[in-house]
Design a protein around this ligand. Structure first.
Ligand code: GDP
Ligand code: CA
Length: 308
């Protein structure tokens, strides 16, 4: 059974660990968000792809919630002390990956070509594709002005309310090689419990990816990133309230209008009325441990199976 899953960073990666606990890695293709990518200290950083890589390789720092475990910060502290950029937190181990990626990109490799050997080096066995190899960047429109995503998220601590987003580089961005093929060949399409606005919509801003989901012949199941009307982490609840008008499962389903056949959401948000054509699946969605991740992934895959 082939699975294609759209994913952002940390929330998506938690869910993908669950998917890999119930499905063989060779059956899974992950389509990752690259609109958060940022150049720091001359290095190309792909935070969402890296969150997936680190989580699936068991290298992620679970307590901090991002980056690598056993991290140290000597390079960044040195850069800061010398007047270099230190606002974007990059640990020493993490920097090693960015060096490898940046060198390969400078030598002419695409992001797809750079990412595949990282997946292999970490022994993951699944396929991780960037949504696009073209430049695609999220910009956040707020009452204080329009900011590049990482300026809003990291430098300004996502304190500004969000009025709208745009994804520079779309719709010219072409899907990375293999993305449309993976969606078309999938038996199950999944949308991870990532932030719709800043993780999934930028993937869908690559028009042929949206079109491939629209013409799907197999079920597509999304998982809600909200529990009891609150984000587990990050600004998704505030964004939904302001831009969608509410934080219920219906508002989340509304972010994926025409693209999903079921939404998995938490008991704490039940009961909920969903848009026509979207089935609700109620379960516990907090991924506290391996067992919880596995159960949530099973619920999403089973929901697709029931609809097939
Ligand atoms: P980012 O790119 O690193 O910000 O991560 P994602 O966009 O992939 O995921 C962020 C979202 O994951 C947030 O909106 C969280 O509410 C959600 N999230 C994190 N952990 C969990 C969890 O255990 N269960 C659910 N349902 N959502 C989660
Ligand atoms: Ca992200």
């Amino acid at each position: 059974m082939k699975i294609a899953c759209l994913s952002g960073g940390v929330g998506g990666a938690r869910f993908l660990r669950g998917v890999l606990a119930v499905a063989p890695p060779e059956d899974l293709t992950i389509v990752g968000n690259v609109a958060d990518d940022v150049e720091v200290l001359g290095l190309h950083v792909s935070p969402d792809l890296d969150s997936v890589l680190y989580a699936l390789a068991g290298l992620a720092d679970e307590e901090r919630g991002w980056g690598r475990a056993d991290e140290t910060w000597n390079a960044l502290e040195t850069a800061g002390a010398l007047g270099g950029d230190a606002w974007f937190r990059l640990g020493d181990r993490d920097l090693g990956l960015h060096l490898v990626r940046t060198q390969a990109l400078r030598e002419g490799a695409t992001l797809t070509e750079v990412t595949a050997p990282l997946v292999d080096a970490l022994g993951l066995g699944c396929t991780l594709l960037p949504s696009t190899d073209d430049p695609l960047r999220t910009f956040v429109e707020t009452p204080a002005g329009t900011f590049p995503f990482q300026t809003w998220f990291v430098a300004r601590g996502h304190r500004d309310e969000v009025d709208a987003l745009h994804y520079a580089g779309s719709p010219e961005a072409a899907p990375a090689p293999g993305v449309i093929e993976a969606i078309d060949a999938a038996d199950v399409l999944l949308i991870a419990p990532s932030n719709p606005y800043v993780s999934i919509h930028p993937i869908l801003a690559v028009e042929p990816i949206r079109a491939a989901l629209e013409r799907r012949r197999v079920p597509c199941v999304a998982v809600s990133p909200v529990i009891g009307g609150k984000a587990v982490k990050g600004p998704v609840d505030r964004m939904l309230t302001r831009m969608a008008g509410g934080v219920t499962p219906a508002h989340i389903a509304g972010c994926y209008a025409g693209l999903i056949d079921a939404l998995v959401f938490d008991e704490a948000d039940a009961p909920a009325e969903l848009p026509e054509g979207v089935r609700g699946v109620v379960t516990q969605t907090l991924m506290v441990d391996e067992d919880a991740r596995r159960k949530l992934a099973s619920a999403a895959i089973d929901a697709a199976g029931a609809l097939a």
